[in-house]
Design a binder for this molecule. Structure first.
Ligand code: CU
Length: 414
């Protein structure tokens, strides 16, 4: 109601001003004054208003900076984040100098050189020296910005070292799942064809392929049995047949995957990526050790997402059908950051930074950065629940009842 009233007052105010202007114009005409004649007093007032606007504008600008300072991110909690912040601040300083200088001069000159009929403007058609100055200086400044930026970018995007802790971050509408390699330190192979309620990340191992095939074959047999029993109406029978056909096609795809897997194992032996998955751990807990290089391996099941750790100044797209990576070194533990911010409830957070659907805003997972020893203890506990012991493991996809079996996922997928 209050908003409506304010709106009404605003509209009426604008109308009143428009009417006043109209009255002024009519009275000027009566007084025989032409519209093009602007008195020196009018010009001087406009000049003063230019200066006033300049002061009010920069005053508001400063007020905004001070007022919302606490909404800024705290100090960067990763090694490269400190460099990113330096780069950003460096750019800000250059921008601010150029911005303040040009805008203050713009308003100052507009006020200073108020129209005076006795003054003639200075006519300067060309000046090589000036042209040179305003070409060379911006070019030099831009070159410095680009070289400094590229240098930082190359450092951030360089490949991770072999000692880096590997963690997979798996995005789907609308949550994150983490996967840690088991004792072998290697993340096993994955394939979308195996995604199911018990294998949400589609980890490929001999056992998971066999389980997937067994479950699908069982479902197929049930379907064929139902059709053979001849108790369903024709429409249901054709629906069931179509479903069975899809299932047969998917079985063929998984058999194909099995072939690829067996060939890889035959060629690479124990080093095959298909033998590395059974001890992987799929979890909703995201822990990282402090002062240790980390390689984040990022995948998406459905649409574009983006792995975003604002406090770490880390961001990387999660693209369906491909794997992206981001390496970083966290430098401040959760504990230390809580002390720094005097906020005992503070947690680092992993967000999705691509608008990926209706619950995008809620797609987040807390990150805990601990000391190396605490991390070791946590990890030792974690690897007791490997992926292959899926029967006892807590279901990662508990909040998604729609896809609780291989078959349902397959039927929906085709
Ligand atoms: Cu998302």
């Amino acid at each position: 109601m209050m908003k409506l009233l304010i709106l009404l007052v605003l509209v009426l105010g604008i109308l009143a001003i428009a009417q006043l202007v109209r009255v002024y114009e009519l009275s000027s005409r009566l007084r025989g004054k032409r519209e093009e004649d602007i008195s020196p007093a009018d010009n001087r007032m406009n000049a003063r208003l230019m200066w006033l606007f300049c002061v009010v504008y920069f005053g508001f600008f400063l007020w905004l900076v001070i007022r919302y300072k606490d909404k800024m991110l705290p100090v960067a909690a990763s090694a490269h984040g400190v460099e990113t912040d330096w780069l950003l601040n460096f750019n800000w300083i250059i921008l601010l100098i150029a911005f303040v200088l040009t805008n203050v001069l713009l308003f100052y000159f507009a006020g200073k050189y108020v129209y005076d009929k006795n003054r003639r403007s200075f006519w300067q058609p060309h000046n090589n020296k000036l042209e040179l100055i305003w070409t060379v200086i911006p070019a030099l400044v831009l070159a410095v910005i680009i070289i400094y930026g590229l240098n930082t970018w190359n450092k951030i995007t360089a490949p991770a070292t072999a000692e880096a802790v590997q963690v997979e971050l798996y995005a789907k509408q609308f949550d994150w799942t983490a996967r840690y390699p088991g004792k072998d330190g290697v993340l096993g192979a994955t394939d979308y064809r195996l995604i199911s309620g018990t294998n949400p990340l589609g980890i490929v191992t001999r056992a998971s392929v066999a389980a997937s095939l067994a479950e699908m074959e069982e479902t197929l047999a049930e379907m064929e049995n139902t059709v053979a029993n001849n108790i369903l109406p024709d429409s249901k029978v054709s629906e069931l047949n179509a479903g069975a056909e899809r299932l047969r096609r998917h079985i063929a795809r998984v058999i194909n995957l099995r072939q690829v897997m067996e060939q890889d194992i035959a060629v690479n032996g124990g080093a095959s990526i298909y033998l590395a998955g059974s001890d992987d751990v799929v979890t909703k807990d995201f822990y990282l050790p402090v002062d240790n290089e980390v390689k984040l391996v990022i995948r998406s099941r459905d649409v574009l997402h983006s792995m975003y750790l604002p406090h770490m100044r880390a961001q990387m797209n999660a693209v369906p059908g491909m794997t992206t990576t981001f390496k970083m070194t966290p430098t401040i533990t959760t504990e230390a950051m809580r002390a720094e911010l005097k906020d005992p409830k503070f947690d680092y957070v992993l967000l999705c930074n691509k608008i990926c659907g209706s619950s995008h805003y809620n797609m987040q997972m807390p990150l805990t950065v601990t000391s190396a020893s605490e991390y070791e203890a946590w990890y030792a506990d974690l690897v007791k629940k490997p992926f292959e012991a899926a029967d006892e493991a807590p279901q990662a996809d508990a909040q998604e009842p729609a896809a609780t079996s291989d078959t349902q996922a397959v039927l929906g997928m085709n």
